[in-house]
Design a protein around this ligand. Structure first.
Ligand code: S3P
Length: 447
């Protein structure tokens, strides 16, 4: 068998990887556009006055869901596959859609959009998502929106989608969020755009700040108090269309950072990666594990810092990942768990209970899968403990499942490249949510 094979088993795909056939990762790769920035550019473009031009938009399934929802509410969005995507904004006048808005698999689409929908007085919106999204907690945004005057009803005592939103004129509010969540923060800031007065969100530690940066660029007035992790949006605000250059997604780059770090002989350049400090926890965690990563050609792309990342193989060592670092690498924990298998010594991940309510229960799914490959992994309520086996770790191929979670599919694929024999990853098509070209890039980079 060759290095990898994608087998169609409609409606799903199984990815087969023969770890014996993989080689070092060399040369250079580019990663698709940042998912968080892609969603926000489409949404802000859709509610702004005038034209927004976007370069480098992620063409994954999640941003496509955002585009479809806002098209249904009157934004004119050009062909998503073109180099430049244009959004003719509604000038803050979202139309009542004819049908249910479908956010697909995307928590960001649903939670951020809810802030906008809840604040359109007199209009009704019904929203839903796929099976995974319909089981993810929505109370975290519905509760504070309700305190602002929103009227949202839903399944399971108004905590789960499908949801019905009767838009209202919302009122000023200061929310002390119990969790560091950019989705909660962004939802409320977007709702605050049509509030007469201030909307403030205080979070326990800083989550990604792409909304703050982009809202400012589109003309909103914001005040930020970094000492207390508070952001205030001074409403009402009218946004004006802008040009957005979307950098490569560091969460997608993370798969190549780890693949190269754990594969002897690797020396890989990952070009054009967003290095916003609220997202670079993965670099800090890997560097504290002794990874050899250097930043080259640091620059700025429409308000977001960008660099090329060079990663060379090195012997990793175990470490502790927890506390304020978690929100800054929240989506990278599955692939960090793979890195930890190849480290010398123990890695502990704590304060990461949020992973249980992502696209899958990532703590449970990763623990079970890595054990099937032969890893010594223990699941804890808020994290995992991984006993590293060093760079010569002897994993053995197994049959695994993505649980329809894109980041699980990709993290397991990287683990499979270092396992002996064949690993099968069922429902591997999930990768297309954030990284449609993942499998072809893996084949090019590692075979
Ligand atoms: C995102 C925020 C994070 C992250 C998700 C994207 C965003 O979720 O896990 O993939 O774009 O705001 P939380 O803010 O809920 O932690």
């Amino acid at each position: 068998m060759t290095f990898l094979k994608l087998i169609d088993q409609a409606p799903h795909q199984t990815l087969e990887i023969n770890g014996d056939k993989g080689g070092p990762l060399t040369g250079s790769v580019t990663v698709p556009g940042d998912k968080s920035i892609s969603h926000r550019s489409l949404m802000l473009g859709a509610i702004a006055q005038g034209t927004t031009r976007i370069k480098g938009l992620l063409l994954g399934e999640d941003p496509r869901s955002t585009a479809a929802c806002f098209s249904a509410m009157g934004a004119k969005i050009s062909d998503l596959d073109a180099e430049w995507v244009t959004v003719e904004g509604t000038g803050g006048e979202l139309q009542e859609p004819d049908d249910v808005l479908d956010a697909g698999n995307s928590g960001t689409t649903l939670r951020l959009m809810l802030g906008l929908l809840a604040s359109v007085p007199g209009k009704f919106f019904a929203v839903t998502g796929d099976g995974s999204l319909r089981s993810r907690p929505m109370k975290r945004v519905i509760a504070p929106l309700t305190e602002m005057g929103a009227s949202i009803a839903g399944k399971a005592n108004h905590t789960l989608a499908p949801l019905g939103v009767q838009g209202q004129q919302l009122t000023p509010f200061h929310y002390h969020s119990p969790i560091a969540s950019a989705q909660v923060k962004s939802c409320l800031l977007l709702a605050g755009l049509s509030v007469n007065g201030d909307t403030t969100v205080t979070e326990p530690s800083l989550s990604r700040d792409h909304s703050e940066r982009m809202l400012k660029a589109f003309g909103a007035q914001l005040s930020i108090d970094s000492a207390t992790h508070s952001v205030t949006l001074h409403g009402p605000a009218k946004l004006a269309g802008q040009t957005v250059i979307v950098p490569g997604d560091i969460s997608s780059a993370a798969f190549w950072l780890v693949a190269a770090a754990i594969t002897p002989g690797s020396n890989l350049l990952i070009e054009n990666v967003g290095i916003n400090p609220t997202r670079t926890g993965i670099l800090e965690a890997l560097q504290s594990m002794n990874a050899d990563i250097t930043l080259e050609n640091e620059r700025d792309a429409t308000g977001e810092p960008v660099a090329d990342l060079r990663v060379r193989h090195s012997q990793l060592k175990g470490c502790h990942i927890g506390g304020d670092l978690i929100p800054r690498l929240i989506d990278e924990v599955p692939i960090l768990a793979v890195a930890a298998l190849f480290a010398e010594g123990k890695t502990t991940i704590t304060d990461a209970a949020e992973l249980r309510v992502k696209e899958s229960d990532r703590l449970a799914v990763m623990t079970a899968a890595l054990r099937l490959l032969g890893g010594d992994v223990t699941e804890h309520p808020d994290g995992m403990e991984i006993l590293g086996m060093g760079e010569n770790a002897q994993l053995t191929g197994a049959t695994l499942d993505s649980y329809t979670d894109h980041r699980i599919a990709m993290a397991l694929a990287i683990a499979a490249t270092r396992a002996i024999g064949t690993t099968k990853i069922r429902r591997a098509e999930a990768a297309a949510v954030s990284y449609p070209s993942f499998v072809t890039t893996l084949e090019l980079a590692a075979s």
